[in-house]
Structure formats: C-alpha cells, structure tokens
Design a binder for this molecule. Structure first.
Ligand code: SAM
Length: 348
C-alpha cells in the first residue's frame, strides 16, 4: 500500500494550531506512536506467551497514522518515535516512514526515529536511512544467545546481530536499550557496557515497570538501578554528564570506554518533572502519561471529519489533563500490575 498523496495537513485548519503546553508549563515536543500491538518476540517481562492482539479493523490505517502524526507536528512536536509492538512487523511501515520524512525535509521535524527489537533491521536499515532516520534504539537484554531465546521466547539472536550490523553499515547511530532483570542479566550488564561502547553505541539500562499481566512474578524480575549503578561503579568510573537525548534517561560517561551510559529509573526515581512526551496507540488512543490510565480517543475526531479542527481540539483538551507524574508501585500482596495495559499497547 502506498501513501500516495500526503494530506495537506499543515493547511487543513483555517488557523495555525496552537502549540501544546501542559498545565505544568511543559511543552510537548515528543510523540511516541505505537504503530502495532503485534510483535515477533514475546519478552517475558513485556508480554504473556499467549497474547491476544487487536483485530486489524481496530487499527488506524497508515494514512490515518500519517495524518495523526502530522497533526502533532503541526502543533509543535519536533521528535517522532515509531514503536510498538514491533514497528517493523507492521505491513507497509516503510511507506509511513517515507511519508513522514517530508516533515524532516521541510524542517518542522527534528527527528524521525524508532525503537525496535532488531529482528527486521537487516531488511530495512538502508530504507530507514533513506527516510532520514539517523538514530535508532535497539532493545537487547543479553549477549548470550540461549539466554536471549529464554528472555524473548521467540527471538533469534543472530538475526538481531545482523540487524545491528546492517544499521551501522547504513550509517545509522544505534543505541542499545537493556532492561535490568534480577537473576537474569544482572551479572552481564558490565559486559553489555563494554560491548556496546566497543561498537560505538550508547547504552541505556531500564528498570522493569509493572505494566500488563505477563504470567511472571514482577517482584522476581525487579532490580533497582541504584544497585545496578553501584555494581557497575565497582568496575568502571562513572562520570555524571549533562547530555540529554530528549528522553527520560540520565547519562554518565564511562571513563574506561569513553562511551555514554544512561539510566531510566521510573521506579526508584521520578523523571516526570521534565516530561515532554505523550504516546498514541495504534487505535488512536492518546495517553498523556505512561504510568497513568487517563486517555483520550483521537480516532473518533480523526474519522469524523476531513478537516483537522476537531482533532486539534481533542488533542488540546487531552493535554490540558496531562498529569504531573506517576508513581509505579509493585503490588506485593496481590502481584497485580500497576497498570493493566502492556508496554506493547502504549509503546515503549
Ligand atoms: N518491539 C520494540 C522493541 O523491542 O524495542 C519496541 C516496543 S518495546 C515494548 C519497547 C521497549 O520497552 C523495549 O526496550 C522493552 O524492553 C521495553 N519494555 C517492555 N516492557 C517493559 C516493562 N514492563 N518494563 C520496562 N521496559 C519494558
């Protein structure tokens, strides 16, 4: 399928739409879009093995996703990240990248990027680069192929390595995201630092969040990054730096490798005060906060009219409800997730 004629979105509304400023004076300039809830992996902390996915009819079409993203760009979003599920398993996804790249060319968008498990990168790396994608995040929690299979249930380590090779060969800067998992990869994180930095890639370590039912015990997986950092500090010299990637990570420079290491700590440290992001699901539901249930339906105004006025109004109304922050709590007594929706729905 082709997104043949991009919609003249920036001219749709009679007025120039107003920028997105939330009640705490934070400018919303970063949109993450989950383009599919489906994935070719079943990571143990993310999904249960037998997930039920949305019927295809519920999903926004690629044209609708383009129009929605473009409406946010018209309202001041400067960074777009496509995620999922696995964004590269959505059929025709390159047409969406290609179409959205027009906003890079006109200069209204600073960055078009994605978060991927890397399984399809060997196939798509060059096309992504041609669409103006300069940096990507690849999720990888271990360098041990057997452990990789155990964590992802379905993943093929060799394919992901080939994907990372292809991305680097295409000139795309790769950042590795690793979720810290107690008793699974905690003893390997220092090696992942050395490996990532040795290949010229930044690394971000993420605390596991209590999102969605997953057939596993959250407490068993949870490893505070304060402990991870203390352990890494025994092996490396970690120097605080000011670097910002536009996301929630706090970075250090690892003196011995010269590389950057980020920590994303939703559980032990609230990163909400500087939040500049919102998330849209593949059905057009806007979540103003990863850690809260409040949401707004954008599919209805999107489909109700060819003009964007109702859509802009719905976005404005939702942003006026963006909460100050979240508190994730792992429910120790009932072993319930803090939020029932999976990361694959909201988009990581
Ligand atoms: N399929 C793509 C990928 O693997 O990167 C994009 C979607 S995935 C949901 C995005 C990121 O969320 C991955 O880095 C994954 O490890 C992370 N993630 C998923 N569930 C999580 C959880 N409960 N806590 C912390 N990170 C999680």
């Amino acid at each position: 399928m082709n997104i043949a004629t991009p919609t003249p979105d920036l001219a749709r509304s009679a007025d120039h739409p107003t920028p997105l400023i939330d009640p705490f004076a934070r400018a919303i300039t970063y949109l993450r879009v989950s383009v599919t809830d489906r994935c070719d992996f079943r990571c143990v902390y993310c999904m249960s093995e037998h997930m039920s996915f949305l019927p295809k009819a519920e999903l926004l079409t690629l044209e609708e996703l383009d129009r929605l993203c473009s409406a946010f760009v018209a309202k001041g979003v400067r960074k777009l990240r496509l995620t999922g599920g696995e964004p590269l398993v959505r059929r025709g996804i390159m047409n969406l990248f290609s179409s959205l790249s027009r906003h890079l060319k006109t200069g209204v968008l600073d960055e078009l990027t994605l978060t991927t498990n890397g399984s399809q990168l060997a196939r798509y790396a060059t096309e992504l680069r041609d669409c103006g994608v300069e940096r990507i995040n690849v999720s990888l929690d271990t360098l041990d192929p057997d452990k990789f299979r155990a964590i992802t249930r379905w993943g093929d380590f060799g394919k992901v390595m080939a994907g990372i090779d292809a991305a680097q060969a295409a000139g795309i800067k790769v950042k590795i995201n690793a979720v810290a998992l107690k008793g699974v990869n905690e003893n390997e994180l220092a090696d992942i630092v050395t490996w990532s930095h040795g290949r010229g890639m930044d690394l971000t370590i993420i605390e596991v969040m209590p999102l969605g039912d997953i057939d596993e015990d959250r407490l068993g997986q949870y490893l505070p990054l304060s402990i991870v950092r203390a352990e890494l500090a025994k092996r490396f010299t970690l120097e605080d730096i000011d670097y910002q990637s536009g996301g929630p990570a706090r970075y250090v420079r690892v003196k011995e490798t010269g590389g950057r290491l980020g920590f994303i700590t939703p559980m032990t440290h609230n990163f909400c005060e500087s939040c500049n992001r919102v998330r849209v699901t593949c059905t057009g539901t806007l979540y103003m906060c990863l850690g809260q249930e409040d949401a707004a339906d954008l599919r209805q105004p999107l489909r109700a009219s060819e003009a964007n006025d109702a859509l802009y109004a719905a976005i404005d109304e939702a942003i006026s409800r963006k909460p100050k922050g979240h508190d994730f709590i792992i429910d120790r007594r009932h072993k319930r997730p803090a939020l029932s929706r999976h990361m694959s729905v909201t988009g990581g």
